[in-house]
Design a binder for this molecule. Structure first.
Ligand code: SAH
Ligand code: SF4
Ligand code: F3S
Length: 484
């Protein structure tokens, strides 16, 4: 459903009637209630109420924030970038401790702002809110926060916000898990020409270091019909590239009433006319199928890029991490992929300093990096997450040892990455023009199928279009180019 269609429904709602029990109708009702309240408060202030949504973490969270912004806009808030709006929302991440600490830092600042601006509302949501210790701390030391909700009940945002608007106490609603997926809620897209689309929620893998399964709940897939319908509507609205989102896209569809594989879903999406590019994140190496490789090979729309997180090279560590593949199996898989799809760009996530990591284990990781030759790699230092099995493990690695390994790894990754980028210098490639260059307004920035960026001269009306560009000069991790 488009935002306009939802707006029309909301216009016709009798807000003095009873709230419907069914979703999403119930939320439409509360959007209408909130809208009236925002109007009242704006009138009192003599200007439109402002809201800012601050997002931490991964693309799932970014997508969730678009849903929050969609609702805020419908109910009449003006969205601004500044952190000290009338309504400030933090959509939090807790995958590593520093993501978590940042939020407390921001709250410290907001406490001061709120003292001067008592009508200000502050809401916290996202993964961090699913942790009991966090909620305890917030209730004890951050009682100026007005609204707290989690990852499972984000669809209820309008209802919770209304409760918050008519109460002067902290409103707190956290669900342990859910199997509910509510469709047809509004959402505001950050870009006009590309969009993230959730295909599944949650994760069942329980890698021993990772908190995501605890804060995002069990795996559940959206109905393929709903996904296709959403993408068709996006395309009708000008989108040419979609990024399909899930913590482990390979297990998409397994638990649906009519099971369907991820590869089959991709084939259905490929048929959508007007859609030009398909990306997805993240496949798990343990169950990446030959079927998927074949579909990628034969597709005209799936981008020439696969993000395949390895985490570590040592089979011993991979076992303790509960990744369910060995170094040899991973390398075999990479060989198959490279054989079937020559020239594919491979990227990865690597974690260093997992409990018990020895110099030999680390050498195995370097060995994988050298053998696979990743186009790029996200490198993380292991962060202990309370409640995960790894947090209980002995042999946590001292920081200085990890840092030293981190630097050695980075050097290796960057050297290979620069070599690979250089190989494409001089070629002509199709890019999606994503915007005007941040540092030089004369230049446009485009994204290659392999996910790298190129800057080139061009008219700004090309933004959102596909264009052919010659990669004239490699600059390490990006290119300078010229429009053909
Ligand atoms: N579902 C994806 C990853 C999601 S989290 C997958 O399985 O690949 C993104 C990345 O954060 C992970 O790939 C991992 O490298 C990193 N990560 C997860 N938990 C972490 C932790 N406790 N400390 C450091 N990095 C972590
Ligand atoms: Fe975390 Fe593993 Fe699930 Fe990825 S697959 S989200 S790393 S538990
Ligand atoms: Fe962070 Fe939650 Fe994503 S913990 S990485 S925002 S799923």
């Amino acid at each position: 459903m488009t935002t306009r269609e939802i707006e029309q429904i909301i216009d016709e709602i009798d807000i003095n009637g009873q709230p419907p029990a069914k979703e999403p109708e119930r939320q439409y009702y509360y959007m209408a209630k909130c809208r009236q309240q925002v109007e009242k408060e704006s009138e009192k202030l003599g200007r439109t109420l402002t809201a800012s949504v601050n997002t931490f973490g991964c693309q799932m969270n970014a997508r969730d924030s678009e849903k929050i912004v969609g609702i805020l806009e419908i109910i009449g808030y003006k969205i601004i970038e500044e952190e000290d709006a009338d309504f400030v929302i933090y959509n939090t991440c807790t995958v590593r401790e520093n993501a978590n600490l940042k939020v407390y830092g921001h709250l410290g600042y907001l406490k001061k702002v709120k003292k001067k601006k008592p009508h200000m509302r502050i809401a916290l949501c996202g993964c961090m809110m699913q942790e009991d210790v966090v909620i305890e701390k917030l209730q004890k030391s951050y009682n100026f926060v007005n609204l707290i909700f989690g990852t499972h009940n984000i669809f209820k945002f309008a209802e919770l916000l209304y409760t918050c608007m008519i109460s002067d106490r902290m409103v707190l609603d956290i669900w342990k898990d859910t199997n509910q997926i509510v469709e047809d809620l509004p959402s505001e897209r950050k870009y006009t020409f590309k969009a993230g689309v959730n295909i599944m929620f949650g994760c069942n893998n329980f890698c021993s270091y990772c908190i995501v399964p605890y804060v995002r709940g069990r795996e559940r897939s959206r109905n393929p019909k709903d996904i296709i319908k959403e993408i068709e509507a996006l395309v009708a609205d000008g989108v040419v590239e979609v990024m399909l989102l899930g913590q482990n896209v390979n297990s998409y569809g397994k638990n649906l009433e009519n099971p369907i594989s991820f590869a089959e879903l991709l084939q259905e999406i490929e048929k959508i006319e007007g859609l030009k590019r398909i990306r997805f994140m993240t496949p798990h190496p343990k169950d990446l199928s030959m079927e998927l490789i074949e579909v990628m090979k034969n597709s005209k729309k799936i981008c020439n890029h696969l993000h395949l997180p390895v985490q570590a090279g040592s089979s011993r560590l991979l076992k303790i991490m509960n990744r369910k593949y060995t170094k040899e199996q991973y390398l075999e898989l990479v060989d198959k992929i490279k054989e079937s799809i020559p020239g594919i760009s491979l990227t990865t996530d690597i974690m260093l300093g997992f409990p018990g990591e020895t110099e030999e284990d680390f050498e195995e990781t370097l060995d994988v990096v050298r053998k696979v030759r990743y186009d790029s790699a996200y490198t993380f230092i292991y962060s202990k997450r309370t409640g995960t099995p790894a947090a209980q493990m002995e042999n946590q690695i001292p920081e200085n040892v990890v840092k030293e390994r981190f630097n050695r790894l980075l050097k290796e990754v960057q050297a290979i990455s620069a070599e690979l980028t250089k190989e494409d210098e001089g070629t002509v490639q199709e890019v999606l023009v994503e915007g005007i260059n941040e540092h030089d307004a004369e230049l446009l920035t485009g994204r290659l199928s392999n996910n790298l960026l190129v800057h080139f001269r061009g008219e700004k009306n090309l933004v959102g279009e596909l264009a052919m560009v010659r990669l004239t000069e490699c600059k390490g991790f990006y290119y300078m180019g010229e429009l053909i």
